[in-house]
Ligand binder design. Structure first.
Ligand SMILES: [Zn+2]
Length: 380
């Protein structure tokens, strides 16, 4: 769904497929709608060149906006897994939520401020360019992007999750209440009210004024986007809260069924996969973890070779495993699973295997705490 285009500030930048579509849509709507109307003296070819150049500059502006969030995050030691640019703009995927309220406020505010700064620079260039006689086509690109960046900054200031304004709101509530969960709940409530108002306004527009049908649909869609983003943020915060104070060692599965590296793959299939319900086994020799052998490691070996290849040859070696220590927090394990999009982590204590922790173990711990209504100490 997304393509990698490289790294900036050490962060992988990805483009979601919807962006290509929107790129063409923006270039097209500028070339046939906005430009012929605003600058009637430009030729149709020039309109298209200006349209494509403007769409490209908008794409760069969105990237700079996202990088401003990432820059503040990285400067404060918060890792950013990747930036994905998609049709509404971008998303910086954090593997960890900010640990303090003022960092969240600064990080969120950086984006809209950057968009306003870009708008100011382009607007100044547009103004000065008009005085000194820049070509009309260049002025058109500058003028459009000055406006659209100002609009982008303003849109992102709407105090609703997952927009920047929503995070500024939550950070401010968090700073005054010192309680992340209640701040998230209140900020989510504001987002829900705003998104319902947007959906209602969109429906009203569609019904009352069929000429603005497309605008109405867009407003409904944005309302829905804000609603679902707010729900996701609330769930994530509740999960992290529920895991507060629990370590990996507290909930991991111990006493694993392990396998030696010297038996054949065929023997592994017969004695393990066909007998026990597990999807993978740690490979252990002399108490030391060598690797992990899974169903897909077996599938990678052709049937006729399974008699001769050993588990040691087929396994994913220790160096390539995702591991975590038993003393790490359960919330950290949850973040790691999400970051690498895997279902389980091997828990290691030095070069020995201590256990395994799965998404299921974490979900069970979260459900138990939520069912029992266990109160956690307010987390700052
Ligand atoms: Zn932003």
């Amino acid at each position: 769904m997304s393509v990698n285009i490289g790294k900036i500030l050490g962060i992988p930048i990805r483009i979601h497929w919807t962006l290509w579509f929107v790129f063409l849509l923006i270039a097209w709507s500028l070339a046939v709608g906005y430009l012929p109307y605003t600058y009637p003296s430009l030729s149709a070819t020039t309109d298209w060149i200006v349209g494509v150049a403007s769409a490209f500059l908008l794409f760069v502006s969105v990237l700079v906006h996202e990088l401003s969030h990432s820059y503040i995050a990285k400067k404060n030691g918060l890792p950013i897994a990747r930036i994905t640019l998609f049709f509404f703009g971008g998303v910086s995927e954090m593997t960890q939520e900010p640990q303090d309220a003022s960092l969240e406020v600064r990080m969120a505010a950086a984006g809209p401020l950057t968009s306003f700064a870009i708008a100011a620079v382009l607007g100044t260039l547009w103004y000065v360019g008009g005085l000194v006689g820049f070509p009309l086509a260049v002025l058109a690109v500058l003028g459009y992007n000055a406006l659209i960046n100002a609009a982008l900054g303003a849109f992102n200031l709407i105090p609703a999750f997952p927009l920047d304004g929503g995070r500024v709101l939550r950070g401010s509530l968090w700073r005054s209440s010192k309680n992340l969960l209640s701040a998230t709940r209140n900020a989510t409530r504001v987002s829900e009210v705003l998104s319902l108002l947007m959906i209602a306004a969109g429906l009203l527009l569609v019904v009352v004024s069929p000429d603005n049908f497309i605008d109405g649909i867009w407003i409904i869609f944005l309302g829905w986007f804000i609603w679902s983003g707010a729900e996701t943020s609330l769930q994530q915060t509740q999960m992290t809260e529920a895991l507060h104070g629990i370590s990996v060692g507290d909930i991991m599965t111990r006493n694993l069924l392990t396998v030696g590296p010297d038996i054949s793959v065929q023997q592994l299939v017969n004695d393990y996969f066909l007998v026990h319900p597990h999807g993978g086994y740690p490979v252990v020799q002399n108490d030391k973890l060598q690797g992990v052998v899974t169903m897909s490691s077996v599938r990678a070996i052709p049937r006729e070779k399974r008699e001769y290849e050993t588990v040691g040859q087929a396994m994913v070696p220790y160096q390539r495993l995702l591991t975590i220590g038993p003393g790490a927090s359960a919330a950290e394990a949850l973040q790691k699973l999400a970051q690498y999009n895997v279902g389980r982590l091997i828990v290691t204590d030095g070069d020995r295997i201590a256990g395994i922790i799965t998404r299921g173990d974490l979900m069970k711990a979260i459900r138990t705490r939520q069912d029992l209504g266990v109160q956690n100490s307010p987390y700052r």
